[in-house]
Design a protein around this ligand. Structure first.
Ligand SMILES: Nc1ncnc2c1ncn2[C@@H]1O[C@H](COP(=O)(O)OP(=O)(O)OP(=O)(O)O)[C@@H](O)[C@H]1O
Length: 243
């Protein structure tokens, strides 16, 4: 298993937020994590990224124990909804930032950034500053900036929550295309049932700090706890002639 989490726990002021949580994920797959506000999703991602310290349990990536490692040493990227771009850098500068830190030659950076700009459908926007972009464009830049460095693991925290339905749908497609192309393994946290089903190769439901991962999507669709059934019943009730 590429990502292996065992019995992970975290409390804040005596409140148990992540409760003996275990999960495993194969390389190049996406696990969607669906859960209500406050159930501990962000805390889980921060523990994996090394931005919070676990009270108990272990996190291994590709067999390597993450305990005591800094976020940079983990080579895990955590991307959240309002992820800020560097305001003083252009789109190009933002996307290439991580490559520059890796001291990659300027001509290679230019080539990779140009390709990423094309793939993100941001042609003609490369020299703009972040404040000159729309919300959806900014989101695409931060997504490109994250994946161009080929992180071992990409953690997405409700990344498309602020986007309108159409833009969100296009971002979901783009995310699927680019994670496949760049060989990214990811965890995708969302409140949105449909998004969880669309984005995940595997799906997990988080409740009060515990996570249940459904190995078969059918099991997820059929479990009354996931809310899929009540959603279907709602739409069916609207289609009844006497509504
Ligand atoms: N640093 C902290 N100190 C104290 N309590 C915290 C801290 N971080 C999170 N919490 C608490 O942990 C609980 C879970 O928060 P978390 O952000 O993980 O939830 P979430 O599932 O991501 O919610 P949302 O979907 O609303 O973002 C909340 O009750 C929150 O108040």
């Amino acid at each position: 298993m590429f990502l292996e989490i065992k019995q992970l726990s975290k409390s804040f002021q005596n409140d148990l937020i992540v409760d003996r949580l275990s999960l495993s994920l194969d390389q190049y797959r996406t696990l969607s994590i669906l859960g209500k506000s406050g159930c501990g999703k962000t805390t889980l991602l921060k523990l994996i990224a090394g931005l919070e310290t676990a009270d108990q349990g272990s996190i291994r990536v590709n067999g390597e124990d993450m305990t005591g490692k800094t976020p940079a040493e983990r080579k895990i990227v955590y991307l959240y909804q309002e992820d800020l771009l560097f305001p003083h850098l252009t789109v190009r500068g933002n996307i290439g930032f991580g490559l520059k830190l890796q001291k990659i030659p300027a001509s290679d950076i230019k080539e990779q950034v140009d390709l990423m700009i094309q793939r993100l459908e941001l042609q003609g926007q490369g020299d703009k500053m972040p404040h000159q972009l729309s919300g959806g464009q900014r989101q695409r830049v931060s997504f490109g900036r994250a994946i161009i460095t080929n992180p071992r693991l990409l953690l997405l925290d409700e990344p498309f929550g602020s986007l309108d339905v159409g833009t969100r749908q296009r971002m979901q497609e783009l995310f699927k295309e680019l994670t496949a192309l760049y060989g990214i393994t990811s965890l995708f946290v969302t409140h949105d049932l449909k998004e969880a089903i669309l984005m995940g190769d595997d799906i997990g439901l988080m409740k009060k700090g515990s996570l249940q991962v459904y190995l078969d999507k059918q099991d997820f669709l059929l479990d009354p706890l996931t809310g899929v059934r009540s959603e279907i019943e709602f739409w069916e009730s609207l289609l009844k002639p006497n509504y």
